[in-house]
Design a protein around this ligand. Structure first.
Ligand code: F6P
Length: 506
């Protein structure tokens, strides 16, 4: 077949030069950028910023079900962050308790939560439901360009006990005819000791009680609140509910039941919830020690460590032996996992870590930090720019340099990756991390660790690509229901020996 010739007008042919000084604002503008004589009708959809495959334009409501202190709010919040970060879904939690505290004030005691007082409490559920429907159906505030870049729809999580059939029937009456998919998520815990632990950890210091009662009074009152709900509680799955979609999580994921769970997003929700649990774990993030390429300001590659990188590797091993692998209460060894990427700079950084045998809580032998090498942890691949300095990229590919500066998250290096591509390959790893009950040390790379950090710290993915993850530093993250505790330890200070510091990234 002969080479096709273009019939485009001269103005179109010069369109590539048109946006040298500014980023396009509309889809039409964006398209113009790619119009050339050889390709007059290009496919020029920008990389998806808000979306992912399979959930395009759909709306979902996830309704939590269960007695108080069953970890519903914890699940709702983590799920919200997961769907936002990994699937670009515009997700929001509507917590009925927050409406109650806002409208009725704090300090409600157990008798407020009896059957007799239900009508009083229904008004908070109605207010939350109204806001939820507004959120789901409000005019899209996204620009045309962003929508064209794939609108992944919205997800609302309705967080309340919803523990009677009557309440659930009411919810279905309110939203059942709207164009959305509904999934109930029920958390069941039959172990009284776990419930009491949850109450002590998460409830007695919350704003319902702080400053109102002593801790012991608050504990007793909350347990009475649980008893009041127990009297009316009807678990899901009776004959009149078998047509509903629901997931039952029994005893922190020991057993999971699915009923009519279909579709991409609900499949991801089911998988996420089956992995997550309530045990608080920490994740230690460390970049590899300084690499040869780092010292020359080159990106990517697969170089070894400099002497400074090697010094850090040794300090990391000492720190792991002294701190990471020790129980902070009694100093005894405790099981910790280790992940590295497949690139040699992370494996070299991890090579001095000790692999002693320790006992797990269940009495089994555990090889401390047995190395697990994961290709999905490899650094963002810079394609044709791999091995260049930022200055060299700017000189050789000024347009690419500018486009990346304009939108670092969705910019994809020619023949390489974007941060959004890396997010997609980190999804399975994060599911795995959520399932672990031991702390994990990840020896990784700047780009990849930015994303893992942002996800666990509860940040938006738009903020992730420019976060600071310095060399020579261990970052400890301990995610909790409402926040994430962060500690940073500088293990090797390059300024002490006037060693070169990490060049800035662009
Ligand atoms: O410079 C170190 C490095 O890990 C490079 O290999 C990688 O391309 C870069 O950081 C990622 O950071 P940025 O996305 O800011 O260029």
């Amino acid at each position: 077949m002969g080479k096709q010739t273009s019939t485009s007008a001269p103005e179109e042919r010069s369109a590539t030069a048109k946006y040298a000084g500014g980023f396009p604002q509309t889809f039409g503008d964006f398209k113009d950028q790619f119009v050339t004589a050889e390709n007059p009708t290009p496919q020029s959809i920008p990389p998806p910023k808000y979306g992912d495959q399979g959930i395009i334009g759909e709306k979902h409501v996830l309704i939590m079900v269960g007695l108080p202190a069953r970890g519903k709010t914890h699940m709702a919040k983590r799920l919200c962050q997961y769907l936002r970060f990994f699937h670009g879904a515009n997700t929001r939690v509507f917590n009925v308790g927050e409406y109650r505290r806002r409208d009725a004030g704090v300090g409600q005691t157990a008798d407020y939560f009896t059957k007799e007082n239900e009508e009083q409490r229904m008004k908070f559920a109605r207010a939350a439901l109204k806001d939820m429907i507004d959120f789901l159906f409000q005019e899209d505030s996204m620009s045309f360009l962003e929508q064209r870049g794939v609108d992944s729809g919205r997800v609302a999580i309705f967080d309340a006990t919803n523990s009677t059939r009557e309440r659930r029937r009411w919810l279905i009456e309110q939203i059942g005819t709207l164009p959305l998919k509904v999934l109930f998520i029920e958390s069941i815990c039959t172990d009284e000791a776990v419930v009491e632990k949850n109450v002590r950890m998460a409830k007695i210091n919350n704003c319902d009680y702080s400053g109102v009662m002593t801790e012991e009074q608050a504990f007793k009152d909350f347990m009475q609140r649980v008893r009041n709900y127990e009297k009316e509680y009807e678990p899901m799955g009776s004959d009149d509910e078998v047509d509903l979609s629901f997931i039952k999580l029994i005893d922190c994921g020991r057993r999971v039941e699915f009923n009519r769970v279909h579709g991409f997003l609900l499949g991801r929700v089911a998988q996420f919830l089956s992995n997550m649990h309530a045990t608080t774990c920490s994740i230690y993030l460390s970049r590899h020690g300084q690499s040869e390429y780092n010292s020359h300001g080159k990106i990517g590659g697969d170089s070894g460590l400099t002497p400074m990188g090697e010094a850090y590797a040794q300090k990391l091993a000492e720190f792991a032996d002294r701190v990471i692998t020790r129980d902070p209460e009694n100093g005894e060894a405790r099981p910790v996992r280790l992940w590295t990427s497949s690139l040699q700079r992370t494996k070299l950084t991890a090579r001095h870590l000790k692999h002693d045998k320790v006992k797990t809580g269940g009495g089994k032998d555990w090889i401390q930090m047995a190395p697990r090498v994961l290709r999905n942890l490899d650094e963002i691949y810079a394609g044709v720019c791999d091995g260049m300095t930022y200055e060299e990229i700017r000189a050789a590919y000024p347009r690419e340099y500018e486009l990346r500066r304009q939108n670092k998250l969705s910019y994809r290096y020619p023949r390489g990756e974007s941060y959004l591509d890396v997010i997609a390959r980190l999804d399975p790893l994060v599911q795995e991390l959520e399932s672990y009950r031991e702390d994990v040390l990840i020896v990784g790379h700047q780009g990849v660790l930015r994303l893992i950090y942002a996800y666990f710290a509860g940040l938006d993915r738009d903020e992730a690509a420019t976060l600071s993850i310095p060399l020579n530093t261990v970052i400890k993250l301990t995610p909790r229901t409402h926040d994430c505790i962060e500690e940073r330890v500088l293990l090797h200070d390059p300024s002490e020996n006037q060693e070169p510091i990490d060049p800035p990234s662009y």
